[in-house]
Design a protein around this ligand. Structure first.
Ligand code: SF4
Length: 380
């Protein structure tokens, strides 16, 4: 049996946050038709998935918590008919604290969801308004405590830095506030101004985004604060308590197999990488038309898979390992990357480990630059 991760995209949001470029729509009137199409798509994969077993499921979006939880329960029931699960799978749902209530939380637990991710972003109400979030800190706190009381033993909270007008002081207050609540996992992302988002045209706000040096200090100091509070960094943007890393996301970073459902969802299975087009209306019309809905599809050669392993593996605090590289791709990590990494080791952006290479915290922050420099060998 092949172990895989399953990603299911719920492309609805009550309101689009100004900085967000994830695929989602605010036409909640499409909910019924969307879930019926999604069910059809998942059922059509029954034969394909007969030899697979899911060890993680991630219901993401969009905002999965903005739809009636009866759709999520039905979705989980459908999934259970097409794929087997490992003994203790990790099953996550993403949520916006402004859209949670006790019925939804109970339904999630009832259908087997055992991990909930909550987008707080900031504990400062002015900062939340600045990025047009629909909730405030007190609504987040109520939703968080409700999830805890009703039975969630694995909660992630998302925090953002480099927000317009944000000071290191307010960021650290957010970190202290969240760590005092003791979630099992904290994701800590820097704001990115994505082309085409409302934020990219809000010049007054863009002017207030902290400069690069301030962002560097924010990241380094916040990461230290998280560590002092008992959270270990295991990826550029992810911190967790002991043994509470997100299994599903680790699968992506370790180049493991996963299958995605819904518009915009990506899959990587048996070396084939493909993603569905970001178009809910065409998805509703032809959910099982895999070729028609596929936007990009590529069979990765073994060397391209090796490059992907390095690209994703260097995001992880543990880094990349020679033995694994040799076993999976038949290549020598030292020959492919030894010389290139020396430059970054000298700059204190990277380190040799007993098993291979890893980036330092300062290196993780500039990993895009490092990767675009080192990932240039022949990949065909
Ligand atoms: S709620 Fe999440 S997915 Fe929806 S617009 Fe805001 S950030 Fe994007």
């Amino acid at each position: 049996m092949k172990k895989i991760g399953v990603y299911i995209h719920i492309p609805f949001c009550i309101h689009k946050c100004s900085y967000c470029d994830f695929y989602s729509v605010t036409e909640l009137s499409l909910t019924e038709r969307y879930f019926s199409a999604l069910k059809e798509q998942i059922l059509s994969f029954k034969y394909f998935l007969k030899d697979c077993v899911a060890d993680s499921v991630y219901i993401g979006g969009g905002t999965p918590s903005c739809v009636d939880s009866k759709y999520i329960v039905d979705l989980m029931n459908t999934l259970k008919t097409v794929i087997k699960f490992v003994d203790k799978p990790e099953i996550t749902i993403e949520s916006n604290p402004g859209t949670l209530d006790s019925t939804k939380i109970k339904d999630y637990l009832f259908c087997g969801i055992n991990r909930i991710s909550m987008g707080l972003q900031s504990a400062d109400d002015d900062e939340l308004k600045m990025i047009s979030r629909i909730h405030n800190r007190s609504e987040f706190e109520s939703a968080y405590l409700l999830a805890r009381i009703l039975g969630f033993k694995n909660i992630n909270v998302d925090i953002m830095y480099a927000l317009p007008g944000q000071k290191e002081e307010t960021l650290l207050k957010t970190i202290d506030y969240v760590t005092a609540l003791q979630p099992e996992h904290i994701s800590f992302y820097g704001l990115r101004v994505e082309e085409g988002t409302p934020l990219s045209r809000q010049y007054d706000l863009l002017d207030r985004i902290p400069d690069e040096d301030t962002q560097y200090n924010m990241y380094i100091h916040a990461a230290k604060r998280l560590e002092n509070a008992g959270y270990s960094q295991y990826e550029i943007s992810n911190f967790s308590k002991k043994r509470m890393m997100c299994r599903h996301n680790c699968r992506y970073w370790k180049s493991g197999d996963y299958i995605g459902f819904g518009p915009g969802a990506a899959s990587f299975i048996d070396g084939e990488l493909y993603s569905y087009s970001k178009d809910i209306k065409s998805f509703i019309q032809k959910p099982t038309d895999r070729l028609g809905n596929v936007e990009k599809s590529e069979i990765l050669t073994i060397n391209q898979q090796a490059t992907q392993y390095v690209m994703l593996g260097l995001r992880l605090a543990r880094g990349i390992e020679s033995k694994e590289y040799k076993n999976r791709f038949g290549r020598d990590l030292e020959i492919d990357y030894g010389e290139k990494m020396e430059k970054y080791i000298a700059m204190k952006y990277a380190k040799r480990t007993e098993k291979g290479f890893r980036l330092t915290r300062a290196g993780l922050l500039v990993s895009n630059t490092i990767l675009s420099d080192i990932l240039d060998f022949e990949t065909k």
